[in-house]
Design a protein around this ligand. Structure first.
Ligand code: NIG
Ligand code: FE
Length: 413
């Protein structure tokens, strides 16, 4: 390996979840520099290979580093007051119509400086990382002006530079209608298409473009205009769709080759078929379902039967999912949505990476454990991969390895 002085590091006798499946026998994993160099059954690990390695540990479970493919981690303020209103029976939609909800976070986010937003988001991101996240998507969407959306995206980029984690940024200009465009949502969509997307693309601040396709947000036709602008700037698209009603946003997103359709509680058969044909991922967000006490379940059986890849994410945000605990979402995905533990874990590893477009990168992207992939790994103190979804129990992460570096280590603390 040209110029790489690092000794290979070996984890032996581990139970390995490779991103899609659990290997049937005890495994060895070797990391050389920033990449996984060997993944092999213990029976095939010969002394010559093992002797050249630094031994990191044995036993437990190794999974890919977790991929949280849908978050709104950068925001100002808090919405604890709305939590209380909802407990008293006021609905999420009603709060939004009264000018609260997303718009109250917009006010606080606009008022915050870039440094203030960074300082507020950092501990949220650190909480995800302490629970195993090595790749995370962060959306804008609480700025809703060109300057404030770019400000949010710069904060997201800075978080990725300051901390050992892969940050993928998404421009969500079409999240809500800002007050200055009240009664003229088409004019706001024009601003998103003509100014926001071009500026974000030009400054390299956005890796993708998202929309909120919903009665309380934007119509299918408006979202389609946003997608056309994104495509003109070479940016992949995705949608918050079928969360509170069925407008057909997921099918429209699929027609645009969307990376994913997210939430999808109200997705119908035609929507499932459209996602399957496009190869788009259905991103399941059980934290929002739980927080909003929704009752309509996403069509899991139909998605499974159609072979639509299902990802699981936190949707960490101040309103519908103030949850910064990805392994809890594995549990919720199973208990609330009836995913199997294997599906849930694949949803937060291989399928999460796919939803971010990371799978297509040469040499295998994150989210999988295979020779050549980046060494983003979690080593857990559990008896089986399913235990991660089964028990709600902090403190099980022995080591977190990002890009070959051990960044959290309780095994040798
Ligand atoms: O993914 N659905 C819309 N957007 C966010 C909620 C944002 C908020 O309430 O602040 C979501 O649930
Ligand atoms: Fe969201």
């Amino acid at each position: 390996m040209a110029g790489n002085p690092k000794t290979p590091r070996l984890w032996r006798d581990v139970i390995l979840f490779d991103g899609l499946d659990t290997r049937p026998e005890p495994m060895a994993v070797i990391v050389t520099g920033e990449r996984i160099s060997h993944v092999l059954p213990m029976a095939e690990l010969d002394d010559g290979l093992a002797d050249g390695c630094e031994e990191m540990g044995h036993g437990g479970v190794i999974t890919p580093g977790l991929v949280d493919c849908h978050t709104h981690l950068v925001f100002g303020g808090s919405r604890a007051d709305e939590f209380e209103q909802r407990l008293e029976g006021v609905s999420y939609e009603e709060i939004a119509r009264r000018g609260g909800g997303i718009l109250s976070t917009v006010q606080a986010t606009r008022a915050a400086s870039e440094d203030e937003l960074f300082d507020a988001a950092r501990p949220r991101l650190e909480a995800l990382m302490a629970d195993g996240v090595t790749s995370v998507e962060i959306k804008s969407g609480y700025g809703l002006s060109v300057a404030d959306e770019l400000k949010m995206l710069r904060v997201a980029r800075r978080l990725g530079e300051a901390l050992p984690v892969r940050v993928v940024t998404t421009l969500l200009g079409a999240h809500a209608l800002p007050p200055e465009f009240k009664d003229d949502s088409d004019a706001y969509i024009e601003l998103v298409c003509r100014e926001m997307i071009p500026a974000a693309a030009e400054q390299g601040l956005a890796d993708a473009v998202d929309v909120f396709c919903e009665t309380i947000a934007f119509s299918v036709a408006q979202c389609e205009r946003v997608f056309a602008a994104a495509e003109a700037h070479g940016l992949p698209v995705k949608a918050h769709a079928e969360q509170l009603s069925n407008l057909g946003g997921s099918a429209m997103a699929a027609r645009h080759g969307a990376l994913s359709a997210d939430h999808v509680e109200y997705l119908d058969e035609a929507g499932v078929a459209a996602l399957r044909e496009a190869g788009s991922v259905a991103v399941l967000l059980p934290g929002a379902f739980h927080t909003l006490r929704e009752t309509r379940l996403p069509p899991i059986a139909a998605l499974r039967e159609a072979g639509v890849p299902m990802a699981v994410a936190t949707d960490a945000n101040p309103g519908s999912s103030p949850i910064f605990n990805p392994t809890l979402m594995l549990n919720f995905a199973c208990t609330l949505f009836r995913l199997t533990p294997r599906e849930a874990l694949a949803g937060m590893t291989a399928q999460g990476a796919r939803a971010l477009g990371l799978r297509e990168q040469g040499g295998g992207g994150p989210g999988r454990i295979a020779a050549g992939a980046p060494a983003d790994l979690c080593w857990w103190d559990i008896e089986s991969p399913a235990a991660l979804a089964y028990a709600v129990q902090p403190g099980r992460l022995r080591q977190r390895i990002f890009n070959g570096e051990v960044t959290h280590d309780t095994a040798h603390a």
